[in-house]
Design a protein around this ligand. Structure first.
Ligand SMILES: [Cu+2]
Length: 104
């Protein structure tokens, strides 16, 4: 019985990770595009800097007390969202650039 439980647990965990998706956000012309996304718990979001020259970062102030590193054109930043919630972020160097990730 214990063995069956373990097998089922492993199965559920591997199903969850197999179902986890990657969602993409582009950064172009000082905007996060799309500005708001809805993902499922466990999904990973990848931001790609599509500017020609401008650097940016992705700062979830409620989650990270320290500002993350900036990243340059064609570089990416990624984050996995294990818990449901509504998460606002902005670009540290350009606080008018804002975005939101809703995790359901
Ligand atoms: Cu920026």
């Amino acid at each position: 019985m214990k063995k069956l439980f373990l097998t089922l647990t492993v199965l559920v965990i591997s199903l969850q990770s197999a179902l986890a998706e990657t969602v993409y956000v582009d950064i172009v012309k000082f905007e996060f595009t799309p500005q708001q996304i809805t993902v499922n718990a466990g999904d990973t979001v990848i931001w790609t800097n599509r500017e020609k020259r401008q650097y940016h970062n992705v700062w979830f102030k409620a989650l990270d007390s320290e500002e993350p590193d900036i990243f340059f054109p064609d570089e990416t930043y990624q984050r996995t969202f294990p818990e449901p919630g509504s998460f606002d972020y902005e670009c540290g160097p350009h606080p008018k650039m804002t975005g939101k990730v809703i995790v359901q």
